[in-house]
Design a protein. Structure first.
Length: 118
């Protein structure tokens, strides 16, 4: 069984990002840290992104402005536990305080493993 991380990137509409940040700081991030193995929860601070490569492309929605990472023992464990946690009454009470659940222009969820130390 290989430990993985789940990397969640969100692009929140610019008109809602300040209200989202307040909600995340005051409600979402503390609860998620307490109830999941969250490595951290980051919010855009207005510093311009650096995009490079041989064929760089930025989404029409811009760069993600929210990112959080969760550690899981395996993808199977994640699939078994994540929905139950998100469906909990406690999370639903926090979600009900969200300033605009429709403000997510794009959500990207990736799963990765640590690089070999060898």
């Amino acid at each position: 069984m290989t430990e993985i991380v789940e990397i969640r990137d969100y692009t929140i509409e610019s008109e809602w990002i300040d209200a989202y940040k307040r909600w995340a700081d005051d409600h979402a991030a503390p609860w998620l840290r307490a109830n999941l193995n969250v490595i951290d929860f980051w919010l855009d601070d207005g510093i311009e992104a650096e995009v490079g490569g041989s064929a760089p492309q930025v989404s029409a929605h811009g760069q993600p402005n929210v990112c959080w990472i969760i550690r899981w023992p395996s993808k199977a464990a994640r699939d078994e536990q994540f929905r139950t946690i998100m469906d909990s009454d406690e999370w639903q009470a926090i979600w009900a305080k969200h300033p605009n659940p429709g403000a997510y222009l794009q959500t990207n969820v990736r799963f990765m493993r640590a690089a070999s130390a060898e």
